[in-house]
Design a protein around this ligand. Sequence first.
Ligand code: M7G
Length: 330
Amino acid sequence: MADVATKRELSSAETEAASREAKRAKADDKNGEEGGDEAEWENVLSTFTASRVLSDSAREKIMFLHGKIADDDAVVVLEKTPIREDSLAELFRGSKLRLEMKNDIYSSYRLQAPPHLNEIKTTVVCPATEKHVKKYQRQESFLVEETGEDYRAVTLPYVQEQSLSLQWVYNILEKKAEADRIVYDDPDPELGFVLLPDLKWDQKQVDDLYLIAIARQKDIKSLRDLSSEHLPLLQNIFQKGKEAVLQRYKLPASKLRVYLHYQPSYYHLHVHFTKLGYDAPGCGVERAHLLSDVIQNLQSDPQFYRSRTLYFPLRADDGLLGRFKEAGRL
Ligand code: M7G
């Protein structure tokens, strides 16, 4: 995120108001019908009590909140969705306009759009761990230099102790979650993968297209584990992933940015497919490795990613940064 304001505590008045609202909604729910996806969704939102803003950006129109849903810690991400070209006619026809000011040829208005054209994409992580809260908190970052030896001595032990749960990944691979969202599924146990919309994408417009390809093999943690033996898998993901995107979204390979993160947040091999020109979070040079470069590097040196020094940013309170400091590597 560029332009993110510093975190702030919510005022006690805001917290109290949210809490009152949550209690009221809970009481209402008791009288309401049980079951059904819609009821569940409303219930989740109505019992959320926000305690602090982890980060926000007026320019990106996004806010990350920490709070509680019942007794569980929760992170809620609110993001205003882009204006869609295909809804413009309806937007102009169905909205109310309020004049704010007029001066010569200049005028500004407040446009009140019909509710379905004025949605907020909302992501809920609950129960959220401390790691989730840190992940969304605005913080200073530091660039770390990791040799192959640093990886084995510092990073790998930390990742084995501390990484985020991969349950959501296994749910996708086993079709226990998001099965209806799958764009392409290659069931081969060695070369196979599942391609589906990323949690961050609302699929309303291809301008901010964001898909992830999750490998079926379970023992590849990250870029560091890759060697030339994985080339068939990587080429398969690249080739079939691009074909699937072309077929479903009419976007050719020349419009795609296909890459891996190092460090990732989730240590199970996955590849990001985003639209070129969309400034996706984490697509900067300090974290994103183009899949085409990864393939070429492994073709010229089978152990490239096991031996090379890699650079990546870590946030100030990331435990891994602490380990690098303790090891005298920062
Ligand atoms: P990453 O490089 O490990 O970390 O990418 P990042 O989140 O710091 O980028 C994991 C990707 O998986 C991210 O783009 C997430 O938005 C996405 N993702 C995470 N979860 C928990 C889910 C999920 O439950 N479903 C889907 N479809 N995508 C997810």
